[in-house]
Write a protein that binds this ligand. Structure first.
Ligand code: G4P
Length: 532
């Protein structure tokens, strides 16, 4: 296969949803149909002993939420798929947003009974702001839910995007028996089993007037289907690849991840329509996936994925060139050459060393502490910097200290590692050694930090909330002595030793800025590279 063919067969995407819409179940079913796993965890089994394959961390099992994004890879037909699972909980939006930087398209899962929910709306906005094409999977059609036309209106009203149904449910709301493929003009009727979706479903397929179909579906239902299809053909938007690519249209699929209804047809159609890796912006200009020089960026760093080995893995999204095991690359942020040793690929149930990887692929690299979220690694012949990385202003601050001073070493080690992962922001106060100030976007980040320090580093900690809600950095590294009005402001230093000013509210931050009008204040850390 040529390199271009390898690139063209890559599909790298994320599944986004409001919690409980069925993202984890759908991910698992895509793996089942993709042949990456042979049995999906059934509803009951998941509650007791088994968990979704993508739930790696202990905490996810305990709290029932996905805390970190996982990466799963498999081949299906001739496609090479990288699925990036994203945490659904609102507090983990930062991690989710970063993950979305690494995808070429996204699947938005909507619960048929609930329609567009709050978190879906936020995630949709991030995708559309970044020009990520979105495909929609209306899930749980085995249950009674909203009328399909009402859902289309909901998507348009709330998200401001037109939708184009690629398939349509057959039957009575609450008791659909199949779906109709609008392009192929074929009905797929699902043979219900009692296996709770553990195994693939049997399907009866045929044209609408095929006697095999008509013997299973009443004439009233066939008539109702024909009416709906006529209406869609006359008044609906036709599928338009350009509009999908520009975020003006979302292809819509109906199905049920739990019972496997429509999962296979969705997977096949999605792979056919979703875009392969495309050009990406850098500070130095656009980089094409076909550019022979290697480039990639880190979108996630995860410590302790395997609790038996205290390892740190940096997840890289390859944007151009071909990655070969053991390659030495330029780390843009430090200016140092680093060897990408033991590159890992993440299969459904195991990791594997990867020998070669192409644009679109996600690989994990063991990191000894150099790589941070948002960093670029590239061929030294053609240095470039991926800069458009979202950083979110922290809004919650607290003092973090270990319960026992005997555990200081583990405490420092754990806090530093988790901060490098981007799990939390840490700040140091001058002359104060025994505690840190921590910043987060959501309260749950604090709880997860506490839990992980205890579980992974064996340190119990105290987290005392502080009344600050705003952090300000300055453009250019200006010493706090040069600023007016710092008496009422807490001055701390971030991991890059840049001064940060913590203020109780936006009004005070504005007032502080007014008093120092020749200084530019930023609400996120300034982006730096070694050239600056
Ligand atoms: P999430 O990752 O988006 O948060 O959702 P998840 O897949 O964990 O699904 C949330 C709940 O919805 C689960 O039930 C799951 O079984 C159920 N679900 C997913 N897809 C479908 C579907 O197509 N039809 C129906 N009826 N239910 C579906 P749970 O009882 O909360 O948990 P569990 O015991 O299944 O883990």
């Amino acid at each position: 296969m040529t390199n271009l063919e390898e690139i063209q067969r890559r599909r790298t995407f994320a599944i986004i949803s409001h919690p409980d819409a069925g993202k984890t179940t759908l991910t698992e079913k895509l793996l089942l149909y993709g042949g990456a796993i042979h049995l999906a965890g059934s509803v009951k089994a998941r509650k007791t002993s088994r968990y979704a394959v993508s739930d790696w961390m202990e905490i996810e099992k305990q709290r029932g939420i996905s805390v970190t994004s996982s990466v799963l890879q498999f081949d299906y037909n001739h496609f090479h798929i990288n699925i990036l699972d994203t945490p659904g909980h609102a507090d983990f939006s930062e991690d989710t947003y970063r993950t979305l930087m690494a995808v070429d398209s996204a699947v938005m899962v909507i619960d048929v009974a609930k329609g567009v929910e709050a978190q879906t709306q936020k995630l949709f906005k991030v995708c559309s702001d970044r020009g990520i094409p979105i495909f929609t999977f209306i899930n749980k059609i085995d249950h009674f839910g909203k009328d399909p036309f009402d859902l289309m209106a909901d998507i348009e009203d709330v998200l401001g995007i037109r939708s184009c149904p690629m398939n349509w449910p057959i039957g009575i709301n609450g008791d659909y028996t199949g779906i109709y493929d609008r392009e192929k003009k074929i009905c797929h009727l699902f043979v219900k089993d009692n296996a709770h979706g553990i195994k693939k479903l049997d399907v009866i397929s045929g044209a609408i007037d095929d006697p095999a179909i008509q013997s299973h579906v009443s004439p009233e239902i066939i008539d109702a289907l024909k009416n709906d299809l006529e209406l869609l053909n006359e008044a609906g938007d036709p599928f338009d690849r350009e509009k999908v690519a520009h975020g003006e249209l979302t292809p819509l699929f109906f199905g049920s991840a739990m019972t496997n209804f429509g999962v296979q047809t969705f997977l096949e159609k999605y792979l056919e329509l979703a875009p392969p890796p495309e050009n990406r912006k850098t500070v130095e200009g656009t980089v094409s996936p076909t550019d022979p020089n290697f480039s990639a960026f880190v979108f996630k760093v995860q410590a302790n994925m395997d609790p038996h080995h205290h390892d740190r893995i940096a997840f890289l999204r390859i944007c151009s060139g071909i990655f070969e095991k053991g390659a030495s690359v330029l780390h843009r942020q430090s200016g140092k050459m680093i060897r990408l040793s033991q590159p890992q690929q993440f299969l459904a149930t195991e990791r594997q060393i990867v020998e070669k990887a192409y644009p679109g692929d996600i690989i994990g690299i063991f990191d000894s502490g150099e790589l941070g979220v948002g960093d670029t690694v590239c061929d030294k012949k053609s240095p470039l910097t991926f800069s458009d990385f979202p950083v979110f202003p922290p809004e919650l601050f607290a003092r973090l200290s270990p319960d026992s001073s005997m555990k200081r070493k583990q405490f420092l080690n754990g806090v530093n590692q988790l901060a490098r992962e981007g799990a939390i922001q840490i700040y140091r106060r001058p002359y104060i050694m025994e505690s840190f100030i921590i910043g987060a976007v959501g309260q749950l980040q604090f709880e997860v930090l506490k839990y992980r320090l205890e579980k992974e580093y064996n340190v119990t900690v105290r987290i005392e909330p502080l009344e600050y809600t705003c952090a300000r950095w300055t453009k250019g590294n200006i010493s706090p002595d040069k600023l007016i009005g710092t008496d009422n402001v807490m001055v701390v230093y971030d991991m890059k030793e840049q001064p940060v000013y913590l203020l109780p509210n936006a009004w005070q931050a504005g007032w502080f800025a007014q008093r120092n009008e020749d200084v530019t204040f930023l609400d996120t850390p300034p982006v730096t590279t070694v050239d600056e």
